[in-house]
Structure formats: structure tokens, C-alpha cells
Design a protein around this ligand. Structure first.
Ligand SMILES: [Zn+2]
Length: 661
């Protein structure tokens, strides 16, 4: 396994405040803080980050020129071009997301092309900004008299939020203040309009709230936090305006403390939640935290796909009702995966509870990772858990990967999260360093007792063996905390080769406190035995089905892997977990993987005639087969044939028969 990175890592020294996307202020309510420095050094995540750097990001930068995003800014700057403004109202946000991406890439290592993009984009954005700080190329070019007149749908504050996040990232990772100066001028303008003059309107797409809090954290201007507070507190009071999609869609149906569940547009809902938790972290208002936590608990219990996907309905890209989780028609937008990770990560910082990292891990390894093709050049907007063989596929189907989109929210959301993955690995709390996600990495933390440097190496997600080596440590006592994943509740732990009895604490961590010496090593054997997973009986769409999981990975059955003549849509699993065979393989189009092969039956259907419904019980003719599954994140890289995560389980007992266990 590679333990080196081809990028030169910067910064070389621990930056006590951290350089990631979320850095709560000293004295905030955060009980966990991101570590000072982390670098992914090998394994699957390093592969993903290199693919992002060498394929997805160059593609994205090229698309910003092709799709007109950069031309739009030139037009806003008044350049005399034979061109018109292209694309939707939020085109500028794609430029900002790519700038944020590149900021984290430049932290990972220098690159002339990336630096040239930053120079070009910063100059364009600076030139486009209006005298009074306003900045949105669509309204500057196409509707100059309509500023903030159509906030229901104009995304003006949403777009500003993405600029703020990019500016903070660039300043933190490289020290480059150019974008931050632009961001502050725009933020000052927003403070004047929405806080001082108190224009009684809200953006229909939350996002600026979390971004304003981060800008406050970065530059310390209290009005930015105040503005975020106003924009959160005013939700649910009808200030977004009317829109055919309705107030639920716009996240304007209930004041934030009166919302009991996440509803409406999934991405809007979860960006808002990230802002709500950020506001709690900086103000200590526990009513914000507690109501957000309650919604998160319902989200996990009844509105989350097995893959971590969110948004059961394609219609309005929305959450469904409790247990409404169809595998085939679900939307599970890629941006919702990113927003969910943002929300859960902030809840982790607020509470220190492992369950939040658990959802981040599930989301990251499954729905998020599946959104990118194996070559890094195509992206899903929607991420279903089932594709039927006869599904009508067309270019632009949001549930099929494409190189870019007219509404290109998802691809640069993928790139910016991938570039900043290292910032989600570990946290500190007092003299405790906690590992939250497991990947090959170097982690540097500044604890009250001194600086600690760790090297983590792991075979995850393919196998469970993980080693944490202390590279440097102060002489004093401190605690290493290891998150216990829900899929391996009792991992074996060794300290320098000797078995160590340690049980998870209430928050879900194994804690080892000692005077660590450089060279000491903790070995953890996580259990990655394949699991047959059963849905809650109220998840109607997959009642009676089973799914295969292993470690953090959800598996799926693609037609490409089944024996000749076996139709993936006619499969039924026997439910025999002991029959699962694990095999490490290289597959064309996918690359390295671990497949699972399991006992199954193929239904042998009668010819089609009449309705597909029958009186009373009906038994089916079946034949035994072996079915093969691949990790869900690797699906749709070979062909467009059928796929399913959930597969019908063993036949139900005859009426009146004993319940099967
Ligand atoms: Zn999206």
C-alpha cells in the first residue's frame, strides 16, 4: 500500500486553528475541534483525491469556460464581448465552488495550472464586483434593475455564500487574501441591505447562513454572525415569497425551532441545518442545537437510504415522508450527500458523538463516492438504488452520469468535498485526539500538552486491519480516541502487539490514555464480515428484501457480474449469510475491488399474460444460482444494464405459517 503522496504537502507546520472548511472560534460551544493538520497519504481515499486532482478538476475548470461561467463574469465586468449571459441564475456559484476546490488542492500541493486558474478567476470576480459590493453576474448583466426583487428564486444570497466559502478556504490554505477582500465587500453590502435596512426578504435557497458564520470565524466581523442569525431566525415567516413549489420546498414553512422533521428540497434543508448548527456553535443557543438534533435523528431513523442518500422524491428534489424510501425512483442528489456531510460534521463538533461520524462515513463511501465515474470524468446528480433493465435512458437523465450539466451544482460540490476530505479525519477535545474516519493519513494535532503527530495506515474499506502509529508526542499523558463504527461494535485492539482490553465509551469511542512514546503503535482489527441487511418493515418499497454490506460499503448486484443467462431482476437471495464468498479482484472499467458472491435463486417466470397479481398464495418455480455483488460506489462503470441494492429475500411462509426468523 502506498504511504507517500505525489503532491508536496503544505503547510509543513501545524496550524493550531486548522485550515479546513469549519473552524469554530476559540471559546465557541464546539466540544470537538478539527485537527491542525491532516494529509491523506494512501489507499482508496488517496486514489480518489488524485483522480479528483488529475481528472475531475481539470474537467471542471474547462467546463467553466465552455459553459459560459467565466464569460458571464467578463460581461458583468463590462468587457465588450460578442456574447450573452449563459445558464441559470446561480452560474457564478460553480466558479466559487471550483475556487474552493482549488484552494484545498493548493494546500495538498503546488500546481501551476491550478494557480493560474485562481489568478484568472480572482481577477474576473474582482472586476465583476459592483461599486457597492454587489456581485451576481446574472442580475448585473440580464436584470440590473431587479436586485433582490426575486429572492424566491434568484439565488443571490446562495451564490454569495459559495463565494464566502471559497474566499475563506483560499485565505486559510494559501494565505491569499484576494478573494477574501471581495467577499468582505459583498458581505458588508449584504449587512447593509439585510441587517441595517432590514429588507424583509429571504433567499429561497439556504446556504449563505453557514457561509456567513464561517466568514465571521475567519475575519471576526460580528455583523456577519448577526446577519446569519437574522437569516436563520426569519425562516418560516413567509419572507421568501410565493413560489409554485411551495413553502416547504423553500424551507420557509416553519420557524427553525418549530420544524420537527427535515422536509422539502433536501439540499436546501440540509444546508440550512449546517447553518443552524454553526449558529449554535458560535452563540451557544441550545434550542438551535436541540431542534436540529431531533430532526437529524428522524432523518436517520426514517428518511435515509441505505447508501446514505437523502431526498426520496425526484419531484421537487425533496424528502419523502417517514419510511418513503423507494430504491428505483429515489433522487438522492449528490449535493444532498455533500450537505448531509456538512450537517453531520457540525453536529459532531457540537456533541462529540460518534453516530454523526458514522453517517458521514456511510454517505462518503456510498452515495457520495458513487456520484463520480471510475475515470473521474462523469457525475450523477441523482443516485438511485435500483436501475431497471428497461429504464428509458436519455442524455441529461439526472439519474445517469454526465460530464457536466446545465444546472451544474453537483460536480463542483463533489470536487470541493473530495479536495477537503482530510479535514474530516480527526478532531481534538482538550487532551484527546479522536480519529473519526479511517484512511491512510498523517495527522498533526496541537493538544494542551504539546504537539502530536500520528501515521494511520489501514486496509479499509477492503479489509479491517488498521494501525495508528505515534510519530511524535510530548512526554505528558494524553488520550487517543478511536471511533467505533456501527458496523464493527467490538473491534480487537492491540498496543504494540499486545491485546488491550478497552470498551467503547458512551459517545462511541475507544479511549486509550497514557504517556505515549514515539514509535508506539495501536493495531485495530475491525470486523468486515459481510452482512445481510434487513429493512425496517415500514420501508414499504423494499419490504421482504435484503441487501449486502461489508465494512462501510453497501453492495449492489449489477447485470454485468451475473452468470450467463441469469437475470439480475429475477434474483431472490436465500438469506444464507454463511454462503457469502469474498474475493479481491480487478474488473475492467472498475479497477481494484472486492466482490461478494452469495447463494440466490432465479425466479423462472411463467410467460406474461394478464395482470401481475394472483389470487391467494402463489409459489414460484426457481433455480439455484450464485449471484455476485460489487460495491455500490463502483456501479455504472461498465454498461447501462440493470442494478439493484435491495433484492427480494427468501419466499414468505404460506398463509397461517410460522413467521420466519
Ligand atoms: Zn446538485
Amino acid at each position: 500500500m502506498s504511504t507517500t503522496t505525489s503532491t508536496t504537502t503544505r503547510p509543513q507546520h501545524a496550524h493550531p486553528a486548522g485550515t479546513g472548511p469549519v473552524v469554530p472560534t476559540e471559546g465557541s460551544a464546539a466540544v470537538q475541534r478539527p485537527v491542525a493538520r491532516a494529509v491523506v497519504t494512501g489507499g482508496l481515499w488517496h486514489h480518489w483525491q488524485q483522480l479528483n486532482r488529475t481528472a475531475s478538476i481539470p474537467l471542471g475548470i474547462a467546463k467553466l469556460s465552455e459553459a459560459g461561467n467565466l464569460t458571464n463574469l467578463r460581461l458583468a465586468a463590462g468587457e465588450p464581448l460578442e456574447a450573452t449571459h449563459q445558464g441559470p441564475v446561480y452560474m457564478d456559484s460553480d466558479v466559487y465552488k471550483m475556487l474552493e476546490t482549488v484552494a484545498f488542492e493548493l494546500e495538498r500541493g503546488d500546481d501551476d495550472a491550478l494557480t493560474a486558474f485562481v489568478d484568472e478567476a480572482c481577477a474576473l470576480v474582482a472586476a465583476a464586483q459592483a461599486e457597492d459590493g454587489y456581485l451576481n453576474s446574472y442580475y448585473q448583466v440580464r436584470a440590473p434593475g431587479e436586485r433582490y426583487q426575486n429572492l424566491t428564486n434568484s439565488h443571490e444570497l446562495y451564490t454569495a455564500g459559495h463565494l464566502f466559502q471559497a474566499a475563506v478556504a483560499l485565505a486559510r490554505t494559501t494565505g491569499d487574501q484576494r478573494l477574501l477582500d471581495i467577499a468582505r465587500r459583498l458581505a458588508d453590502h449584504l449587512v447593509e441591505v439585510f441587517l441595517v435596512q432590514r429588507l424583509p426578504r429571504l433567499d429561497g435557497h439556504p446556504q449563505v447562513e453557514t457561509a456567513l458564520v464561517e466568514l465571521y470565524r475567519c475575519v471576526g466581523v460580528p455583523e456577519y454572525l448577526e446577519l446569519a442569525r437574522r437569516l436563520v431566525e426569519d425562516r418560516g415567516r413567509g419572507l421568501v415569497g410565493s413560489h409554485p413549489a411551495g413553502r416547504l420546498y423553500q424551507q420557509d414553512a416553519f420557524p427553525v425551532r418549530e420544524m420537527t422533521v427535515v422536509t422539502g428540497h433536501a439540499v436546501r434543508a440540509m444546508y440550512l441545518e449546517a447553518g443552524i448548527v454553526d449558529l449554535y456553535l458560535e452563540t451557544g443557543d441550545r434550542s438551535l442545537l436541540e431542534t436540529s438534533q431531533a430532526r437529524w435523528e428522524n432523518l436517520v431513523a426514517a428518511r435515509t437510504a441505505l447508501t446514505g442518500g437523502h431526498g426520496a422524491r425526484q419531484l421537487k428534489e425533496a424528502f419523502g415522508e417517514d419510511y418513503e424510501l423507494p430504491p428505483d425512483q429515489s433522487y438522492n442528489e449528490t449535493c444532498a450527500a455533500v450537505a448531509s456531510i456538512h450537517w453531520s460534521w457540525r453536529l459532531l463538533l457540537a456533541t462529540g458523538e460518534a453516530r454523526y461520524a458514522d453517517l458521514v462515513e456511510r454517505t462518503l463511501h456510498n452515495v457520495f463516492a458513487a456520484s463520480v465515474s471510475a475515470d473521474g470524468l462523469e457525475f450523477f446528480k441523482g443516485n438511485p438504488l435500483q436501475r431497471r433493465a428497461d429504464h428509458a435512458l436519455s442524455v441529461g437523465d439526472p439519474r445517469w452520469r454526465d460530464g457536466w450539466f446545465w444546472s451544474a451544482c453537483c460536480p463542483p460540490n463533489v470536487t470541493r468535498l473530495m479536495s477537503s476530505l482530510q479535514h474530516y479525519l480527526a478532531t481534538t477535545s482538550g487532551s484527546t485526539l479522536s480519529l473519526q474516519l479511517y484512511g491512510d493519513a498523517r495527522i498533526g494535532a496541537v493538544l494542551p500538552v504539546g504537539e502530536v503527530d500520528l501515521a494511520v495506515s489501514t486496509a479499509l474499506p477492503w479489509d479491517g486491519s488498521t494501525r495508528v502509529r505515534v510519530e511524535s508526542a510530548p512526554g505528558a499523558e494524553w488520550t487517543l480516541a478511536l471511533r467505533v463504527p456501527s458496523w464493527s461494535p467490538r473491534p480487537e485492539v492491540r498496543l504494540d502487539g499486545q491485546p488491550l482490553e478497552v470498551a467503547p465509551d458512551e459517545a462511541g469511542y475507544l479511549r486509550i490514555t497514557r504517556r505515549w512514546r514515539p514509535g508506539e503503535e495501536v493495531g485495530v482489527a475491525f470486523d468486515v464480515s459481510p452482512r445481510l441487511t434487513t429493512p425496517h418493515p415500514r420501508v414499504d418499497a423494499v419490504r421482504g428484501c435484503l441487501a449486502l454490506e461489508r465494512g462501510p460499503l453497501v453492495y449492489c448486484f449489477e447485470q454485468a457480474d451475473q452468470p450467463d443467462g441469469v437475470d439480475v431482476e429475477q434474483l431472490r437471495l436465500t438469506g444464507d449469510a454463511a454462503s457469502v464468498a469474498v474475493e479481491r479482484r480487478e474488473l475492467d472499467g472498475i479497477g481494484a475491488t472486492v466482490t461478494l458472491t452469495v447463494d440466490a435463486e432465479e425466479l423462472v417466470d411463467a410467460p406474461r399474460s394478464g395482470l401481475p397479481y394472483y389470487p391467494g398464495e402463489r409459489s414460484w418455480t426457481t433455480r439455484p444460482v450464485r449471484a455476485t455483488a460489487v460495491p455500490y460506489f463502483q456501479w455504472a462503470n461498465r454498461d447501462r444494464r440493470a442494478m439493484r441494492v435491495w433484492v427480494p429475500g427468501p419466499a414468505a411462509p404460506a398463509a397461517g405459517g410460522a413467521q420466519r426468523s
